[in-house]
Design a protein around this ligand. Structure first.
Ligand code: ARG
Length: 310
């Protein structure tokens, strides 16, 4: 029976020196979700500027093209054997299509799925969360909130769920980005509430406003990153826990190359990043290019447009 060593703290990890004796194999295994939840882009548009990609893009979305791109992406998942479930879009909630942000799904010790609800930074996006909550309740998930881990009346930190909190593939370990959207203070609460260690990553470049814009964990050993989005401590932690760190240029990162979805050796990503396509192939992965140009106007691409669910 494997037990995690004392050297692997079950709380917050901010520096490599606290985990020097510890490798990824020391963290307990975690079952990965295999299905996909998406939200049709019926009411998708760019209405106000919430991130640098949206600047100058208000009112420029081609609705027909957005519909086509969303359906093409959905077909890719179906062809890869994933069941695609959908949550009903709500008129007036134009960003609801970005299904990665409203909740963080997980699985507890008894194999029961749960979601931790997001606490979105922007008021408009906060309105999306109850609709996702409803979907997960109806689908048998236990629902947790950040407030569950706080004293009554304590201020609730912002938390943009799977946009900033990304599970290490197959392990009970969370990578937690903070800065533009999620507050650092969210992670001590989350670590306690879910009983998982969290590796903190400070995101200090406003263009990489969510962890999923600069970090894509492909499997237990491999990750793609844009180094410029992290500080020294963060980079050291990433390089400590992943054997293969594939670095992406700023140009390809800004083309959302890292906002990609890995599924069984395939990597679905925005088209047009030749270098990373070649690197993925040389590491034995199969890149699948899609076009998400209309969604990039809102600062999102492949990873943002789905939630992996059990
Ligand atoms: N317009 C959305 C926002 O600024 C885009 C969200 C993209 N999602 C993501 N996981 N990066 O909130």
């Amino acid at each position: 029976m494997s037990q995690s060593k004392l050297a692997c703290p079950a709380t917050l990890i901010e520096e490599v020196k606290t985990v020097a004796d510890c490798s990824i194999a020391d963290f307990p295994k975690r079952m990965e979700p295999g299905n996909v939840l998406m939200c049709p882009p019926t009411y998708f548009t760019v209405e106000s500027v919430q991130n640098p990609f949206m600047d100058g893009k208000v009112g420029t979305v081609d609705q027909a093209l957005a519909q086509k791109q969303w359906h093409d992406l959905k077909d890719v998942y179906t062809k890869l054997g994933c069941e695609v479930k959908t949550v009903e879009p709500v008129e007036g909630l134009e960003d609801m299509v970005f299904a990665a942000n409203q909740v963080l799904p997980g699985i507890d010790e008894n194999g029961h799925p749960f979601v931790l609800l997001g606490e979105m930074r922007h008021e408009k996006r906060r309105l999306e969360v109850p609709w996702y909550r409803q979907w997960f309740l109806a689908n048998g998930y236990k629902v947790l909130t950040i407030a569950d881990g706080l004293e009554a009346n304590a201020p609730v930190p912002r938390f943009e769920a799977q946009g900033d909190a990304i599970w290490h593939p197959s392990r009970k370990l969370l990578w937690g980005g903070y800065g533009s959207r999620t507050d650092k203070d969210a992670y001590p609460v989350i670590s306690k509430l879910l009983n998982v260690p969290v590796i903190l990553l400070n995101l200090n470049d406003p263009r990489f406003y969510h962890l999923d814009t600069c970090f894509c964990a492909i499997n237990e050993d491999s990750v793609m990153i844009f180094e410029g989005a992290f500080d020294h401590a963060g980079l050291e932690l990433i390089k400590h826990f992943f054997k293969n760190v594939i670095s992406v240029s700023e140009k390809e990162a800004l083309n959302f190359a890292l906002n990609a979805v890995p599924i069984n050796g395939n990597v679905i990503l925005q088209k047009g990043s030749a270098k990373i396509i070649a690197d993925l192939k040389s590491h034995g992965f199969t890149p699948i290019e899609v076009d998400t140009s209309e969604f990039m106007k809102s600062g999102g691409s492949v990873f943002c447009m789905k939630m992996m669910v059990y």
